[in-house]
Design a protein around this ligand. Structure first.
Ligand SMILES: Cc1cc2nc3c(=O)[nH]c(=O)nc-3n(C[C@H](O)[C@H](O)[C@H](O)COP(=O)(O)OP(=O)(O)OC[C@H]3O[C@@H](n4cnc5c(N)ncnc54)[C@H](O)[C@@H]3O)c2cc1C
Length: 285
């Protein structure tokens, strides 16, 4: 099928894009970033936007670098930019490792980091990263700029606090300290498919005990989230199998699992226990 007709706009500056969104968002105007989620839904006529505001020509949105202890990722930065570490230390390695699980190579060369965060698929790897390490989402509109923490930003399946006339201009990730360990484990039936369940964990060790654990699960609920019960079981404990198993079981018990044609709630709970345990083992390794 072909998309329904729409008007195409190609701003060259952020200000032009914001003015176009202010004018056309009320008439179902949408941002077009990499197009890897939006265009297929238009082709199936699941979405019929009347206006597309293509941000690909805006040079200022391609920012990617560390500013004041935060990695700033502009709306024009594509998944593939993370192929090699973009920042020294664990954060760069973590982003590279996670990026390899997103879709397939051609999609990674077009799809954008911020597009994934705006689209907010429950199984988006970048959304899981944002939740786990405490990203800040920076939204701009003709009315001004605001930033949101992940807890405020993610609201449901493909639902965020972003308003229709707002551009997610950039996402800022805290640079992880050099001693941060991480583990990421994702399960899907075919390489490149969306995750059926995944976990990302980070922690540090002090005198052989776990400190500052972050344990988050994605692909299993409406949106990724940190699991406080699992983190509490890890804090102050040695990084060993019995502790990891307890934390993984706590994560499994804490979720309200999504179900679909492939997976029922019980399957997803089991899966969450497994992916969480494996992510923890990887971090310890
Ligand atoms: C076969 C296939 C497999 C895939 N597998 C995965 C996967 O395993 N994991 C994964 O995470 N993703 C996967 N994707 C999705 C892919 O990562 C997309 O690139 C991503 O979800 C959206 O980014 P985009 O830049 O292409 O956004 P677009 O498709 O251009 O936009 C998506 C939505 O977000 C809005 N939007 C985009 N950017 C902004 C912005 N800066 N501000 C405000 N709104 C914005 C658009 O208006 C639209 O509603 C897959 C896609 C395909 C086709």
């Amino acid at each position: 099928m072909k998309p329904a007709s729409f008007r195409y706009h190609a701003p060259k500056t952020i200000e032009e894009a914001l003015a176009l969104l202010a004018e056309y968002a009320p008439d179902d105007g949408r941002v077009l970033a990499g197009g890897q989620s939006l265009v297929p839904t238009m082709a199936f006529r699941l979405a019929r936007p009347h206006h597309l505001v293509d941000i690909n020509g805006i040079e200022a949105l391609r920012r990617l670098g560390v500013e004041q202890g935060r990695l700033v990722i502009g709306a024009g930065v594509r998944h593939q930019a993370f192929h090699r570490p973009v920042v020294e230390g664990p954060l760069g390695v973590l982003l590279s490792a996670v990026m390899r699980h997103i879709a397939h190579y051609p999609i990674r060369t077009r799809g954008t980091f911020c597009g994934s965060i705006a689209h907010a698929d429950p199984a988006s790897e970048w959304c899981l990263v944002a939740v786990t390490i405490g990203a800040e989402m920076v939204a701009r509109s003709a009315h001004g700029t605001r930033s949101m923490a992940a807890a405020e930003y993610f609201q449901g399946v493909m639902t965020t606090a972003l308003q229709a006339d707002e551009l997610l201009a950039e996402v800022r990730l805290p640079v992880l300290s050099g001693d941060t360990r991480f583990g990421f484990y994702e399960f899907n039936r075919r390489a490149g498919d969306f995750a059926m369940g995944m976990a990302l964990v980070t922690f540090r060790l002090a005198d052989g005990a776990i400190i500052d654990p972050h344990v988050a699960v994605g692909g299993a609920e409406a949106y990724p989230r940190r699991i406080a019960a699992a983190e509490a079981l890890l804090t102050g404990r040695a990084p060993e199998a019995v502790v990891f198993r307890a934390a993984a079981e706590a994560a499994s018990a804490a979720i309200d699992p999504l179900t679909d044609a492939q997976t029922d709630a019980r399957y997803r709970r089991d899966l969450v226990a497994t992916v969480t345990r494996r992510a923890l083992e990887q971090a310890a390794g």
